[in-house]
Design a protein around this ligand. Structure first.
Ligand code: 5GP
Length: 185
């Protein structure tokens, strides 16, 4: 359909600054829809249900899976994450730019279902920097930080599957690059 909005998948290790970059991008796109995922992870201080995520129990998550309510879903560091399918197509049909912030396993599922989706991997300037940011956040126990760093190494193996890779060494630049990609594609 010619007036359909673009679907943008953004991945990158947790702690790479994705949310900060994306919030800059959103300021420049009035008609955007950011997909709010469902997760079984507990909220971090300041995170709000229905804004950052839909924080649900594992039972509720499994029910949503059984009912086919997810476009994709994956397990990440011991918790489940999934993209509610309905709003994605609704907003894309209305011409909105739809943005999904999901990890690599989810990206691969969406790419199969929506091949025209544009994908961007946001990489941290270095693993040392990533570790610093994850620890600086102070929201995760040491064991989870280690697991997230391991995941970052795993995810790095898959960056060549993305349409674009952006190194986030400057938030404004990274946001500009995403806006350029959206203009171009
Ligand atoms: P965090 O716990 O740091 O908020 O997110 C952990 C990872 O899960 C991040 O890489 C984030 O992009 C990813 N994630 C968030 N929502 C979803 C989702 O709906 N599906 C998938 N596959 N990954 C998600």
């Amino acid at each position: 359909m010619k007036n359909k909005g673009k679907i943008l998948i953004v991945s990158g290790p947790s702690g790479c600054g994705k949310s900060t970059v994306l919030s800059k991008v959103f300021e420049e796109i009035p008609r955007h829809f950011f997909s709010i995922s469902a997760t079984t992870r507990s909220p971090r201080p300041g995170e709000k249900d229905g804004v950052d995520y839909y924080f649900i129990s594992r039972e509720e998550f499994e029910k949503m899976m059984e009912n086919g309510e997810f476009l994709e879903h994956a397990e990440f560091v011991g918790n489940c994450y999934g993209t509610p399918i309905k709003p994605i197509y609704e907003y894309a049909d209305k011409g909105y730019t739809v943005i999904l912030d999901i990890e690599t396993k989810g990206f691969m599922q969406v790419k199969k279902k929506i091949p025209e989706a544009v994908s961007i991997f946001i990489a941290p300037p270095s693993l040392e920097e990533l570790e610093k940011r994850l620890r600086g956040r102070g929201t995760e126990p040491e064991e989870k930080i280690k697991k997230r760093l391991e995941e970052a190494l795993n995810e790095k193996q898959l960056i060549n599957l993305y349409d674009y890779v952006i190194v986030n060494d400057d938030v404004d630049n990274a946001a500009k690059m995403i806006l350029n990609i959206l203009d171009k594609d």
